[in-house]
Design a binder for this molecule. Structure first.
Ligand code: DNO
Length: 361
């Protein structure tokens, strides 16, 4: 396993590379060019600059999170050919600087959603929370406005003002798409890009939908064992794999996360793992807790043990953390402060070391 840290990229993250480098066991960052619109080819000069800045800090960059998928591809709209071509160009350029894995998602229109970005916990820290009733009662526009107010300095990926301008039309476009259509569109994309991924040595890891249930009437497919299997079966190459996100999948009580890791990991289909914990408040509602098992509802030992048992040797990162030690919104994006993720990373490394030694002195 290689421990990594998400860094939002040049000029887009208040967390400094040098501080990430100081976290014990950290090999590198996973990053992106956040301002690149989906559907466009990433310029080589910008990719090089990103790579050089990270290398100068003594860190690796082998994983990109994310190269986003244009809506035309998800919807099977006429513009998809050009966007797929640009996607392949971006893959080719990323391979040139040593990228080995690309994380992406198939969430319609929006990226992940929460009801609260900064929910106060009794110990004075704050964290992200999901309350189903709150989301049912709010419009996407109002939620985007709340996010903008709450996260102060940063735009939330997937909730940018530009995207919100077209939100009604986007929601309508999905109303006419059946589940089978959606899978067919995904297959079309995979059939086009996976042969290139094979040739370039790039592992593609689809990120599950977060939360794992429909919101605003949008379909959510990448949410369960059955659907993960259906997605992987769309293209049988190992290069068509998963970003196994314990928090996204674990937010559905129906998912047994260690069992998913054992099943898909044994087949070599997990390429990247996001490991975080969450605390259920009801059947659907939760807040994101510290990584340590007793703080949340997921069995982090069971998760790391499953990864270990399947011989997982790829990239892991701690996922959303709380804001602690007076870290403010200006010092970190929601869920992506420095301190709690650093604690999480070292807890996961501790579990890994202990599992590896198997009790031997
Ligand atoms: C949330 C993240 C997601 C993820 C994308 C992958 O914090 O896990 O936004 O980066 O969905 O494409």
């Amino acid at each position: 396993m290689k421990m990594t840290f998400r860094w939002f990229g040049p000029g887009a993250d208040p967390v400094q590379l040098q501080h990430i480098k100081q976290i014990p066991g950290m090999t590198g960052v996973v990053t992106s060019l956040l301002d690149m619109p989906a559907g466009e080819a990433w310029p080589m000069t910008r990719i090089m600059a990103m790579k050089n800045e990270i290398a100068a800090a003594g860190l690796e960059v082998e994983v990109i999170e994310s190269v986003n998928i244009h809506e035309d591809i998800k919807l099977g709209a006429p513009g998809r050919e050009e966007k797929i071509e640009n996607y392949i160009i971006t893959m080719q350029r990323l391979a040139q600087v040593g990228i080995k894995c690309i994380c992406y998602n198939m969430m319609p229109v929006l990226d992940w959603a929460r009801s609260h970005l900064y929910y106060d916990l009794p110990d004075g820290s704050n964290t992200m929370r999901y309350q189903a009733k709150f989301i049912e009662a709010i419009s996407p526009e109002a939620l985007a406005t709340r996010y903008a107010e709450e996260s102060e300095a940063y735009e939330m990926p997937g909730w940018e003002p530009e995207r919100m301008k077209h939100i009604r039309a986007s929601l309508e476009a999905y109303a006419n798409l059946t589940e089978d259509d959606f899978y067919a569109n995904m297959k079309y994309f995979l059939d086009a890009i996976i042969p290139h991924a094979e040739e370039l040595g790039i592992l593609m890891g689809v990120h599950p939908d977060d939360p794992p249930q429909p919101i605003f009437g949008l379909p959510k497919l990448i949410i369960s064992r059955e659907n993960l299997r259906r997605y992987l079966d769309l293209h049988p190459s190992k290069h068509n794999g998963l970003t196994l996100c314990t928090g996204s999948l674990g937010a559905s009580r129906a998912n047994d996360v260690p069992a998913l890791i054992r099943e898909f990991g044994a087949e070599g289909r997990i390429h990247f793992a996001h490991v975080r914990n969450l605390k259920f408040e009801t059947e659907t509602d939760f807040y994101e807790s510290a990584h340590y098992s007793p703080c949340g509802s997921l069995d982090m030992y069971g998760i790391m043990k499953a990864l270990h048992d399947v011989g997982f040797d790829k990239w892991v990162r701690p996922d959303h953390g709380r804001m602690i030690w007076d870290e403010t919104t200006k010092k970190g994006r929601p869920g992506y402060g420095l301190y709690d993720r650093a604690l999480g990373a070292n807890y996961l490394l501790g579990l890994w070391e202990a599992i590896g030694r198997g009790g031997a002195l």
